[in-house]
Design a protein around this ligand. Structure first.
Ligand SMILES: Cc1cc2nc3c(=O)[nH]c(=O)nc-3n(C[C@H](O)[C@H](O)[C@H](O)COP(=O)(O)OP(=O)(O)OC[C@H]3O[C@@H](n4cnc5c(N)ncnc54)[C@H](O)[C@@H]3O)c2cc1C
Length: 307
């Protein structure tokens, strides 16, 4: 079977569906590695499924107080979504201590190595008729490729600024930043790496990383600062019925693709753990399809025999 996209969703599917001899096609010349910034998971399940050991760590999360808890919730929602709402994760935060599972830094490389047939720099054309594929490309891109009318997808483009902490560090922490005057909304430490997420282009990334480090009370090793643009840093829900109709049309009506992934199924709340179940479901549907194809072949053969 053919898997389109070698991001987290495509590589995970290729690893778990090895019995289907997948070919993975990725339009970028390298695996995009979007998840690299924070390879932390809310359970050990992904590591167990891949048979790659993840390390259990303690994560601390909090929000940087600005005016008062209500004003901070409103400001944070406006900062990340451009609209004042009350359902953002910061509303739950005072200080939260929880467990997380950390993948090895070369997780993507390890997953890519397990794929027998990985074709980088190859773009799949969804308009050319062919066997049904497993698509992880973002829903807006697929809708555009198929000329399918969809309402506007609400999302924010952004940047991830990374740097290494100068001190000897093995810490796991996230600080949410509602203050609109501070140019980033989240700063995290994963091991010894600082990750800063911002929705505006950082013209002075080192200064941004230093401001985040200062808030977290650490120092950064200056030459280590890097910037990675993210096409979909924040995505926001669309009408669920329209979303599901598109997925159904592409999969069942037109037989073009199964959709898999946060962007491909446009589910802002989807985390990597959810993909495990989605991959199992798709595997089952492929088997059912094969079952019915087999039944059709027998039926055709019997018809020919009796003719
Ligand atoms: C800083 C940060 C922290 C995060 N933390 C977490 C976290 O803690 N937990 C979590 O679960 N998630 C987290 N995420 C989100 C997670 O990284 C994304 O959900 C995930 O990377 C999306 O992977 P994907 O494979 O679904 O999509 P993508 O990575 O977008 O992969 C789709 C691929 O399809 C390719 N493509 C598109 N069109 C074509 C075509 N026509 N032919 C071939 N290839 C094509 C694209 O080039 C792309 O590589 C975080 C993200 C960031 C930025």
């Amino acid at each position: 079977m053919k898997i389109i996209g070698a991001g987290m969703a495509g590589l995970l599917a290729a690893n778990l569906l090895r019995h289907r001899n997948p070919t993975v096609v990725e339009k970028s010349p390298t695996c995009p590695n979007n998840h690299r910034a924070i390879l932390r998971f809310s359970s050990p399940l992904v590591g167990e499924a891949l048979r790659i050991p993840f390390r259990e760590v303690t994560l601390v999360k909090s929000a940087l107080a600005w005016k008062n808890p209500v004003a901070d919730i409103l400001a944070y929602s406006e900062k990340i979504g451009g609209k004042i709402v009350t359902d953002r994760s910061i509303s739950r935060l005072n200080i939260e201590v929880s467990k997380r599972w950390i993948a090895p830094p070369d997780l993507i490389a390890q997953m890519a190595m397990n794929v027998g047939d990985l074709r980088l720099g190859v773009s799949h054309d969804f308009t050319v008729p062919g066997p049904k594929v497993l698509s992880t490309i973002p829903m807006p891109d697929l809708a555009r490729a198929l000329d399918y009318p969809m309402p506007e997808f609400p999302y924010r483009h952004g940047y991830v600024v990374s740097a290494f902490v100068e001190q000897d560090t093995d810490a796991y922490a996230t600080l949410y930043v509602p203050n609109p005057a501070i140019p980033f909304y989240r700063a995290s430490i994963t091991g010894a790496e600082l990750t800063v997420e911002t929705l505006t282009e950082p013209h002075y990334p080192e200064a941004l990383a230093e401001e985040a480090a200062e808030l977290l009370g650490v120092r950064i090793a200056r030459p280590s600062v890097s910037v990675k643009p993210q096409a979909y840093l924040k995505i926001f829900p669309i009408d669920n019925a329209i979303r599901k109709k598109f997925i159904h049309e592409v999969s069942s009506e037109r037989g073009i693709a199964f959709s898999l992934g946060r962007f491909a199924t446009w589910r802002p709340g989807l985390v990597t753990e959810h993909l495990l179940n989605d991959i199992r479901l798709i595997d089952g549907w492929i088997s059912e399809g094969e079952g019915s194809r087999y039944a059709m072949e027998i039926h055709d053969a019997e018809k020919k025999r009796s003719a």
